[in-house]
Design a protein around this ligand. Structure first.
Ligand code: UGA
Length: 436
């Protein structure tokens, strides 16, 4: 099939390359000429496992092209909208500027044979509004939310947990479903579940899924707060409740909480949209989810300050991690960097290390000191804090080796990813998040 993908960020670049891998003819369009140049040269503009391989593979087949020229979408009949919907600068709502610009840009090239497929995360009601504009060209607009995780984006795109199609009622919806089934023939053939629904439900499924995940993380972090005043251990608590299949252990990792380009802004945009709809009270708990999440960053800072006797002024602190989670170089709303910035603000001499995210971090926080080499960051440190659970810190750093480099013996485990007994046995004062 001939597809276009408008927006070549995390979502769009991965979608375009994955669709080409599946055998479709794909043109990716982005306004950022530098990004287009990199992608055209077969290079990923961000760190995402498997993406360089499928870009190279698709490039060789000639099935994948990238351009800044919107008119090239005329070659395709199915158009995916994959642009960002960041948080607005003047509040919590989603900024729809890019989605609207993408649809406006597509309009001149559409006719009754075309299908426009929204993938971006949008406030419920957006698709119905945009569908009216698209309908003027004779084309149909549907919403097909994406659930990919950074770090596993290619796998999640090619073999998703489920497919959700939000389509209009009647013949137009039936035809759109048939077209999407062709696009996703491989996944459907593999038995991946697909839910065909209306536009509003499809939009809501996406924000509800992210709201649930955020709530699950803040729930366990709230338990960590209770564990801290009772002497209980939140990791064992999570293991124990996680064995109940109705609860499940995944996303019960207590620590400095969630960040990234999705969960934080999505729960805020959902709250703002619910308030607009007069149902703010239905999701008022998401404000608490947000508040718990932000408190945990502050708590990690407090553990360092207290562990160093009440002040971090002029203390060298090795901050292990900058990305919002491992397997990613994304630093958007990164809890790790937030902790680093707060410690720096308190007068600490912070040294940040990360295997992938240093260049991105330096661009946004040039005042922090960075070391690509983990051991150089650890050398002479008065305290060490793990804020992103990369294998380099979680599995590959032995407490004995860390002790041979650092001057102090305080280790704060902001992701509860270390073995407290092993670190204590090597002479460290171990402090975790809601664990003893
Ligand atoms: C999230 C969702 O998981 C995807 O399903 C969704 O498609 C995506 O947002 C999106 O809307 O595009 P992602 O932002 O890549 O994916 O990251 P997650 O793996 O969800 O992690 C989010 C944050 O939660 C990270 O900072 C991570 O460290 C934190 N986290 C995760 C915890 O603090 N504890 C956990 O147990 C799990």
């Amino acid at each position: 099939m001939k597809l276009s993908v408008i927006g070549c960020g995390y979502l769009g670049a991965v979608h375009a390359a994955s669709m080409a891998k599946l055998g479709h003819q794909v043109v990716g369009v982005d306004v950022d000429a530098q990004r287009v140049a990199l992608l055209s040269a077969g290079q990923a503009p961000f760190f995402e496992p498997e993406l360089p391989e499928i870009l190279a593979e698709a490039g060789q087949t000639g099935r994948l092209r990238f351009t800044t020229d919107m008119s090239k979408v005329a070659e395709a009949t199915v158009h995916f909208i994959a642009v960002g919907t960041p948080q607005r600068h003047d509040g919590n709502a989603a900024d729809l500027t890019y989605v609207e610009a993408a649809v406006d840009g597509l309009l001149p090239y559409l006719n009754a044979d075309h299908l426009v497929v929204g993938k971006s995360t949008v406030p419920v009601g957006t698709a119905t509004r945009l569908a009216a504009h698209v309908a003027e060209t004779g084309a149909t607009l549907v919403w097909n939310p994406e659930f990919l995780r950074e770090g596993f984006a290619v796998k999640d795109t090619i073999t998703p947990d489920r497919l959700v199609y939000g389509v209009p009622a009647g013949d137009a919806g039936a035809r759109a479903t048939q077209i999407l089934d062709e696009v996703y023939a491989a996944a459907i053939g593999a038995g991946i579940p697909r839910i065909v629904t209306d536009l509003a439900t499809a939009e809501l499924v996406k924000v509800a899924a992210n709201a649930f995940l955020a709530t699950k993380i803040s729930f366990i972090n709230a338990m960590a707060e209770i564990a801290e005043v009772t002497g209980a251990d939140v990791t064992q608590l999570a293991d124990a409740i996680g064995y109940d299949e109705r609860i499940g252990r995944r996303f019960l990792g207590a620590g400095i909480g969630f960040g990234g380009g999705c969960l934080p802004k999505d729960i805020r945009a959902f709250t703002a949209r619910a308030e607009e709809l007069g149902r703010g009270s239905s999701v008022a708990f998401l404000k608490e989810v947000d508040a718990i999440n932000l408190r945990r960053r502050e708590h990690a800072v407090t553990l360092v300050v207290d562990g160093l006797g009440g002040s971090v002024v002029a203390k060298r602190i090795a901050v292990l991690g900058a990305s919002f989670k491992p397997h990613s170089d994304d630093i958007r709303d990164s809890p790790a960097l937030d902790v680093a910035v707060r410690l720096h603000g308190l007068g600490a001499n912070v040294v940040v290390t990360d295997p992938q995210a240093i260049e991105n971090a330096r661009r946004v926080h040039p005042h922090l000191h960075y070391e690509l080499d983990r051991d150089t960051a650890l050398a002479g440190a008065d305290a060490v804090i793990v804020v992103t659970e990369w294998d380099e810190y979680r599995r590959e750093l032995s407490p004995e080796h860390a002790a041979s480099l650092a001057t102090g013996r305080l280790i704060v485990d902001g992701r509860n990813c270390l073995d407290p007994a092993a670190w204590r046995a090597a002479g460290w004062e171990y402090r975790g998040m809601g664990r003893q």
